[in-house]
Design a protein around this ligand. Sequence first.
Ligand code: UD1
Ligand code: CA
Length: 484
Amino acid sequence: MPAASGTPPIAVVILAAGQGRRMNSLLPKVLQPLAGKPLLGHVLDCARQLFPAAIHVVHGHGGEAVKAAFGNDGDIDWVLQAEQRGTGHALMQAMPRIPDAHRVLVLYGDVPLVAVETLRRLVAAGGAEGLALLTAEVAEPHGYGRMMRDSGGRVVSIVEERDASDAQRAIREINTGLLAAPAAHLREWLLHLRADNAQREYYLTDVVGLAVERGIDVEAVAATSEAEIMGVNDKCQLADAEAALRHARARDLMIAGATLADPTRVDVRGDLSVGRDVYIDVNVVLLGRITLGDRVTIGPNCILRDATIGADTQVYANSLIEEAMVGEDCRVGPFARLRPGANLHPRVHVGNFVEVKNTEIGEASKANHLSYLGDATIGRGVNVGAGTITCNYDGINKWPTQIGDRAFIGSGSMLVAPVAIGPGATIGAGSTITAGAPADKLTLTRAKQVTIDAWTRPGRYAAEAKAAKVEDAMCAPGRPKPEN
Ligand code: UD1
Ligand code: CA
C-alpha cells in the first residue's frame, strides 16, 4: 500500500550499532532473542507495516553477525557506523541515503515492543515541517533522557540521565528515543551537534534544542503503554520485555476467544491463529506458525512449532508437535512426539511414547503405545500394536513402509523397510517382517518357545528358591553371579 497522496514518503532509520555493553554477552544486543526472535527483528516487522519508502539499519558493533542474521531480508539498506559515537552520529551515517522530501522515522534496535499504531501517530504528528518525539510518563525514569518543558509547557530540550541535575532527574516524562522529522531539517540540525556532554557522544536528542531555536514546531506524542517504549539494555530488561510480550499475546489470545488456564504460563513465540472455544493449559509453548481449530484443547507442558491442529482434537500433556498436521477429532499424547512431516488424518489416535516422523496416518487409525513410525504411509482404520517399529534406516538410507487399510499390526513387531503390509493383513505379535505381508492373511514370524526342564538357577538364587519351595519356571540366564 503506497503512502496516501500529499503525505511524504517515510524513510525508516533503525539505530542498531551500539555494543550493548550492559548485556554482558558475546551476542550483539540487537540479536538478543525476545520471544524467539532477535530484538531487531521485532523492530523491522513493525516498521514494515508502515510500508516505508526505505528501511536503513545503522549497524556497527558485531555488524557482520547482525547482517548475517537478516541476510535474506532484501528490503534492508545496511549503513555502517564504523565507530559508535552516539545516536546523533549514527543517524548522520544514514542521511546521505535519504532524499530531502522524505519524512524520517528514527527507531531504536533496542526498543522492540513499539506498536505500529503509535508509529503512525508519531509520523503524522508535527505536520509537514515539525519534529515529533515519542515520550512517556513512567514510574521509574532511571536511565532515560528527561523531557524539559518551559513555563508554557512547550518542549525545549532533552537532558540525558548522566548530564541531568537532581531536580531534572525527578522528572518522570521521558524520551523514548523514537522521533519523526523532515529529512531536510534533520540534515541541517545534525551538522550542529556537538559532543560536549558526559559521554563525549553526538546525542540525537540535541536536535530538539536546535529545532526550538529555529522556531520549528516540536510535538511530544505520548506512548500508549509503558511496555511499548521499553528500552532493552540488560538481561533484566530483556526478561521484563519478554514478560510484557507474553502478557500482551496472552491477552490477544483471550480476546480472540481462547481460554487460558493461566495467562502468565503460556508462551506465544510465533503467529498463532485460534478458532472458537480453544482451551490451552499451563506451560504451553507455541512457536512459528500455528493454527488451532475450533474446540481444540492443548494439555499442560506441550510444545508446538509450525503445526496445524484440526477442530475438536485433543492434545494431551507433555506432547511435542513440530512441522506437523493433525486432522479433526484426533487424540494425541500424553507424551507423544510428532516430528516434521507427520500428517494425521481425522480421528487418528497417537498415544504415549509414540514418535511419528514423515508419516501419513489414515483416518481413524491408531498407534496408542510405544512406537516409532518413520517414512510410512498408513491407511485407514489401521491398528498399530504397542511397541511396533518401522525399521526405516539401514545406516545409510531411509526406506519407506506401507500399511494398507484395516491392517492389524500385532504388538512388538519390527517392520523392516522397504516393506508393504497389505490391506486387512494381520501381523502376529513379535514378528520381524522383512518380505511384506499379503492382504487379509495372518503373517507372523516366531521363534519356537521352549522350556528347559533340567535347568536350575545358579548359586544363591537356587538356594533361595529351594528354601521357599518355589518351583519357578522362569529362566534367568546371564544374571551376574553373586560375589560369594
Ligand atoms: C537513548 C536516548 C535517551 C532515551 C533512551 C531510550 C540519546 C542520546 N539518548 O539513550 O534519551 O531515553 O535512548 O531508550 O539518544 N546506537 C547506535 N550508535 C551509537 C550509539 C547508539 O547505533 O553510536 C544505537 C544503539 O544500538 C541503540 C540505540 O542507538 O539501539 C540507543 O542507544 P543507547 O546507547 O542504548 O542509548 P540510551 O543510553 O539508552
Ligand atoms: Ca538504550
